[in-house]
Design a protein around this ligand. Structure first.
Ligand code: ATR
Length: 262
């Protein structure tokens, strides 16, 4: 029987993980089946236990269960501990393990664009779970300064206070979205603004040379403004593929090449 994998979430119909993992499997010659599991909002634990007790090898976790997955794991990787969220589960020695591959997915997507992260100054707009998950991997990849700008300044300040000790080699700072200014190598939009059709205004006082929108598939005022400046831009499909590849690597011990799947 082929190795069994699944992605669990609610809703789950929109997930592209099965098609991605089947494409990686075809490329690497691994025999697997990857399905979608819709869990009731109060049924995450039972669904995970059912999956692994029936021989499941690995699970991805998506909205709204990443924090519950974090709480459920007995062993966590360092980056999952820092993210306080888990998107990749597996059982080893009878014990549930968890990792978070979102941040590495973003780093790999940026590298696949041939943008360097070494010694960079980065501005991240947004201070939610998406931002929390990427700071440590970005610093590991060479970011030397990360400024977090948020509509609710206190949330950015809290995130900086929480993460400062995890990334002592980098400078972290928090600013209000109303005070966007300065020069950056890369600006990352980690807000959900484009998903709700809201506009982010990037003032002339903010200068930057690359722009990455974490969301994808929706019109983004952030990307429109960056393109008007004639700089390289990208949207989050590469990150989606990148996090899937990193999960695949953990489970199967083989890392497909991201550029083959863009
Ligand atoms: P996620 O887990 O995807 O990061 P989240 O925790 O809900 O989601 O965070 C959403 C982020 O988008 C927050 O930083 C939010 O700003 P606030 O903390 O001020 O709420 C930001 N956001 C959402 N809509 C926005 C908008 N229209 N303009 C600016 N920021 C927005």
């Amino acid at each position: 029987m082929s190795k069994q994998f699944a992605v669990i979430g609610n809703p789950i119909e929109q997930s592209r993980s099965p098609e991605l993992h089947h494409a990686f499997a075809a490329k690497t010659g691994i025999d697997l089946t990857y399905s979608k599991r819709l869990a009731p909002l109060d049924g995450f634990d039972a669904s995970v236990e059912d999956f692994f007790s029936h021989g499941g090898i690995g699970m991805n976790v998506t909205v709204p269960f990443k924090e519950q997955a974090f709480a459920k794991c007995q062993v966590l990787t360092e980056r999952a501990q820092i993210a306080k969220a888990v998107n990749t589960l597996w059982v080893e020695d009878g014990v549930l393990h968890g990792d978070n591959t979102d941040g590495q997915g973003l780093v790999d997507a940026i590298h696949a664009l041939d943008w360097s992260l070494n010694n960079t100054d980065i501005l991240i707009i947004g201070a939610g779970g998406a931002t929390r998950g990427v700071i440590y991997p970005l610093v590991q990849a060479g970011a030397k300064k990360i400024v977090i700008a948020n509509r609710t300044l206190a949330r950015a300040e809290q995130l900086v206070a929480d993460l400062r000790d995890a990334v002592p080699q980098a400078e972290l700072a928090a600013i209000s979205l109303n005070d966007l200014a300065g020069e950056f190598d890369l600006v990352i939009n980690a807000t959900s603004a484009s998903l709700s059709g809201d506009v982010l205004v990037l003032p002339e006082s903010l200068q930057f040379t690359h722009a990455y929108e974490m969301a994808y598939g929706k019109p983004s005022s952030f990307i429109d403004q960056a393109q008007a400046r004639n700089i390289p831009t990208s949207e989050g499909y590469g990150m989606l593929v990148g996090q899937a590849i990193e999960s695949f690597r953990i489970w199967n011990g083989v890392k497909p090449n991201l550029k083959d799947f863009l």
